[in-house]
Design a protein around this ligand. Structure first.
Ligand code: F0G
Length: 434
């Protein structure tokens, strides 16, 4: 099937070869996306094929990304694929979280069950495949932690050299540890995410390194599989809402594109509404959407949040995100540090757990339900983007009442669960157990 790269800017739409190493449109500077000719794609046999692959032990069938490869047919040869059996993430019911958020029912799509513990693996397996197909040797990214952990793993598994650039002191140790363990050359740079992205783009150009940030259109192709798998798991029943956290806004762009393409080929019969939730101190997209086109997009120079994964002031994919949120009749929301921390503890109390940025989903739903935007009886899927163990330091501080916001404001440990320090004494412990 024919595939090509296309400029996302509606006024340009320039086309480029799928083998071109491009991150922005050379004509207008716009974002790029992969495009396919889906004519002749028939939904019912495709659904059957995908179900059959679940029973098949072939590595590509076992991957919760490549199982759905007919929806992102950009490779000529599948031998370029590097798979760690990514995807295959569960849909989990969480009555306690639903009650907290003011809903009758909520389902979590937990991307933290991925091989490196975040949704980045869904995209990285495609980005790494494209790097190999192009014959690239070195790959690079700037990251708030999860992209780097994922890229390090996929590059090393696929025989590529990973180079990682992270904002010094601003990523969790769990994520930094993964990058080191998976063998990436890791640079801790004294600058924030947005500044380092500009730096890495210069280095990629100068040194011929393949860039694997979410500006890379093939990452976005892989992340579409999150919503494809979600619909497959729901027997193609479309929810009313899909809610997810927003940082660089690649994921919401991927969800929107994947959903539109599923509608186009008849896999689903309507679009769900997308709600993207940012952290209060790092919410340029929320502010832009609130202004309803009256002001231009304004990056934030000094984004702040303890949810370091989404501490991004100048998200590259905002034009795509705007298009997808508007096309789906969706919304943008934001949540405070306290709201994120409490929502995260509630996800934990469900026996599920997630990292801070992921909890923005539940915190956002709670606000949107209270505001009457989401109905109490709505069918809502909240995406949890990262694993609970990504940031244990945050958890310990919250439960012991030591967590402070970026400006030093104490975060209340509303659902705190302090460990009990006790002497080695059965009677005393019996007394404490009660
Ligand atoms: N949740 C988590 C856990 C993330 O790591 C990220 C992004 C997001 C949400 C936001 O997704 O950028 O597509 O809007 N992390 C990137 C990184 C930026 O470098 O790992 P987005």
């Amino acid at each position: 099937m024919h595939s090509h790269l296309s400029c996302f800017n509606a006024a340009c739409r320039a086309r480029f070869d799928i083998h071109d190493i491009l991150y922005n449109c050379p004509t207008c500077g716009g974002l790029l996306e992969a495009q396919y000719d889906f004519t002749g794609v028939d939904a019912p046999p495709l659904k059957r094929t995908w179900r059959e692959r679940r029973m098949d032990n072939a590595p590509l069938s076992q991957s919760g990304v490549w199982r759905y490869r007919e929806m992102f047919p950009f490779l000529d040869h599948l031998n370029h694929v590097v798979t760690l059996r990514e995807g295959n993430t569960p849909l989990l019911n969480a009555p306690r979280a639903a009650a907290y958020a003011g809903l009758a029912h909520v389902t979590f799509k937990h991307q933290g069950f991925n091989p490196t513990g975040s949704f980045k693996d869904n995209g990285m397996t495609c980005g790494a495949a494209q790097a190999r197909r192009l014959g690239m040797k070195r790959v690079a990214c700037v990251s708030t932690g999860n992209t780097s952990a994922s890229m390090a793993a996929y590059a090393s598994a696929g025989g590529l050299d990973p180079l990682i650039f992270i904002p010094h002191g601003n990523i969790s140790y769990g994520k930094l540890a993964q990058a080191l363990e998976y063998g990436a050359k890791t640079f801790q740079v004294e600058a924030n995410f947005d500044q380092i992205l500009a730096l890495v783009r210069v280095l990629a150009e100068r040194l011929g390194i393949y860039l694997l940030n979410s500006i890379n259109p093939f990452r976005i192709e892989g992340q579409k599989s999150i919503v494809i798998e979600m619909m497959d798991q729901r027997d193609w029943r479309v929810p009313d809402w899909i809610v997810l956290p927003g940082g660089n806004l690649g994921n919401v762009s991927a969800f929107g594109k994947g959903l539109r393409e599923m509608l186009q080929v008849g896999l689903i019969d309507k679009l769900p509404r997308l709600a993207v939730v940012q952290a209060h101190g790092s919410s340029p997209f929320y502010e832009y959407m609130q202004a309803k086109g009256l002001t231009p997009f304004r990056p934030q120079g000094h984004p702040e949040t303890l949810a370091t994964a989404i501490k991004i002031g100048d998200p590259v994919s905002w034009p795509k995100a705007q298009f997808e949120v508007e096309t789906s009749n969706g919304v943008a929301e934001r949540a405070t540090e306290q709201e994120i921390a409490d929502a995260k503890a509630v996800v934990g109390q469900c026996g599920i757990g997630c990292e801070p940025a992921s909890a923005a989903s539940l915190a956002g739903i709670r606000k949107l339900t209270a505001a009457g935007v989401i109905d109490r009886d709505a069918d809502v899927v909240a995406v949890l983007t990262g694993n609970v163990l990504k940031d244990p330091d945050y958890i310990y501080r919250y439960h012991t009442g030591q967590l402070q916001g970026p400006d030093g404001t104490p975060i209340q440990s509303t659902f705190g669960n302090k460990p009990i320090l006790v002497e080695n004494d059965a009677d005393r412990i019996t007394e404490l157990i009660g």
